[in-house]
Ligand binder design. Structure first.
Ligand SMILES: *Cc1c(COP(=O)(O)O)cnc(C)c1O
Length: 221
């Protein structure tokens, strides 16, 4: 498993506007260093207790992305350094991120996670909940967060038509939001979709950020 080659192969096929988030969860510091040495600066983790020690141990020019379900009581541990939280799945969580960002005098960029998969287990807003959130919430009051886009995960299936439908559906929601007047502190710039098994489809459907783990670091133990 050659981490550097894997990264290069993935980047080669990306459109210029699309960024690679290397998902380093369950992988040791040494492997992240290897990826970082080959020029990769954006890394994604899904657990706070794994993210914080990695942040502390590694180069401070790394951009850390929180991609997994985030509990409100853990936000304070990542607020000082996190670059982007992809997984805002409730307004309560967004309020907590705002509160903790204020304490450390930061403005934290966030994505709203949208539930696009058939599986019940995946977190996120439904399209209706998203609309309701935009109608009901005074985002302009949340001075220490910026919503900069959406994130979604497709169903785990080998049915590529279904995956395409789900990604296209999310792109449609994203484009629709781009076409209307958005509340203060909300903009639609980033569309985070695509993992090792489906990132080519996601890129074809307009992804601006792919989150790829095993295709870079190998199967996780
Ligand atoms: C683990 C994970 C990924 C990466 O998964 P791979 O299949 O290893 O590429 C992407 N997004 C989220 C939210 C994850 O938890």
């Amino acid at each position: 498993m050659n981490i550097k080659n894997n990264i290069q192969n993935i980047i080669q096929n990306l459109s210029p506007g699309c960024k690679l988030i290397a998902v380093s969860k369950n992988n040791p510091i040494e492997k992240i260093k290897e990826a970082h040495d080959s020029g990769q600066i954006r890394f994604g983790e899904n657990k706070v207790q794994e993210l914080v020690p990695k942040y502390e141990a590694l180069s401070k020019d790394i951009e850390w992305h929180m991609i997994g379900h985030l509990q409100s009581n853990k936000v304070k541990f990542i607020a000082p350094f996190i670059s982007l939280i992809h997984s805002i799945d409730s307004l309560k969580l967004l309020e907590e991120v705002n509160k903790q960002a204020l304490k450390v005098n930061r403005i934290i960029p966030c994505l709203l996670q949208v539930h696009i998969a058939e599986e019940e287990t995946k977190f996120g807003f439904s399209n209706d909940e998203l609309k309701a959130a935009f109608d009901s919430t005074d985002f302009g009051r949340l001075n220490n967060v910026r919503i900069v886009g959406l994130m979604g995960m497709a169903t785990t299936t080998s049915d590529t038509e279904q995956i395409k439908r789900e990604f296209s559906g999310l792109k449609g929601i994203f484009d629709n939001l781009r076409s209307i007047r958005l509340p203060d502190h909300v903009s639609m710039v980033e569309l985070s979709m695509g993992m090792s098994s489906d990132y080519s489809l996601a890129v074809a459907c307009g992804s601006t950020m792919i989150r790829v783990g095993s295709a870079i670091f190998g199967e996780r133990s």
